[in-house]
Write a new protein. Structure first.
Length: 132
């Protein structure tokens, strides 16, 4: 919540209030001396979806954020996920992607993207290949 407070010595001063946020739209409530801004939407505008892939295939998680300039972090099973050749983060406008080029059975779990106070999560299921 943001707050702008203006103090005036007399009531003949014109007061206007405008709120903007890096997290999206905001609602404003103003009176003669105070303006309060409240976020009305989350930082994530399109959530992640669950994926099922065959072992050694590519998995790509994708979500969309409200503000293309904002940065967040990827998590696996609730812990920060370090970016390596195995896990690659991509940002394209409002789209945020986690690319796992060659999945392994140990990649199964819950993946999340966290930004500001918003978070979206989805599960990755990796199906093993068995030969007779």
């Amino acid at each position: 919540m943001g707050m702008l407070q203006i103090r005036a010595k007399n009531s003949s001063i014109t007061f206007s209030c405008s709120c903007t946020s890096v997290w999206g739209e905001v609602e404003q409530q103003c009176n003669k001396t105070t303006c309060f801004c409240f976020p009305t939407g989350g930082a994530i505008s399109k959530p992640l979806t669950d994926l099922t892939v065959a072992e050694s295939q590519t998995a790509v998680f994708e979500c969309e954020v409200a503000n293309p300039e904002s940065d967040g972090q990827w998590l696996k099973n609730g812990r920060p996920l370090p970016m390596t050749d195995q896990y690659r983060a991509e940002s394209d406008g409002v789209k945020r992607r986690l690319n796992i080029p060659v999945t392994k059975l140990e990649d199964m779990g819950e993946y999340s993207y966290e930004i500001a106070s918003s978070k979206t999560s989805a599960k990755l299921k990796v199906e093993g290949q068995y030969f007779l």
